[in-house]
Design a protein. Structure first.
Length: 197
């Protein structure tokens, strides 16, 4: 389920989908009526993807709680957010058995039920919605290929340096040989003949 772009706006009923960004705000679309509206940057907005619910040992992402509810209710609507306190607490115990009774308020449970029903009505709650994408595995494979290429690239220059060394050695030998040759050449000696008196 794509919750990244689903938001709750303080002071506005319902849930909205972020459509695009403006210079000083956003264009949002009501997930049930599909009506678009603009909101300013100063609006208090909560991304559903960033919300979690307290249990006694950890915080559980809202996505997982929705998944629990969906499986329990066979992807159909759940209880009304206007249900009694007892019904809401029982609903919460079924949805998140280990939830922190002191930190999860009744108002939170009402929001949970309301948001779930809104998402279900808008078509966001389906069996396919909760399938985890397998994209990270592909990324890992690509990273491995990139690392292999980098290793090969590192090995290649080292192999190329060896011939350069030989060339340098040859040049040094040739220079030494040239330096020795003039010294080896002796100037021709003139034979002097003594004239007899």
């Amino acid at each position: 389920m794509q919750l990244e772009k689903i938001i709750s706006i303080s002071g506005k009923p319902g849930l909205f989908k972020l459509v695009s960004q403006l210079k000083n705000g956003f264009i949002v679309e009501d997930i049930t009526t599909k009506k678009k509206a603009s909101i300013s940057n100063s609006s208090q907005v909560s991304l559903l993807d960033n919300i979690a619910m307290f249990t006694f040992d950890k915080e559980v992402p809202l996505f997982e709680v929705f998944e629990n509810i969906a499986k329990k209710y066979d992807y159909k609507p759940t209880i009304s957010h206007k249900s009694s306190s007892e019904e809401l607490r029982a609903f919460m115990s079924e949805s998140l058995p280990n939830y922190d009774v002191e930190r999860v308020y009744e108002s939170d449970i009402k929001k949970l039920a309301q948001w779930y029903n809104l998402l279900q009505k808008a078509g966001y709650i389906t069996a396919e919605s909760f399938v985890k994408p397998e994209a990270p595995a592909v990324e890992v494979a690509e990273e491995t290929k990139t690392e292999e290429k980098a290793e090969k690239a590192e090995k290649k220059p080292a192999a190329k340096k060896a011939p350069a060394k030989k060339t340098a050695e040859k040049t040094e030998k040739e220079t030494e040989a040239k330096a020795e040759k003039p010294a080896a050449k002796k100037a021709p000696t003139k034979k002097t003949t003594k004239k007899e008196d």
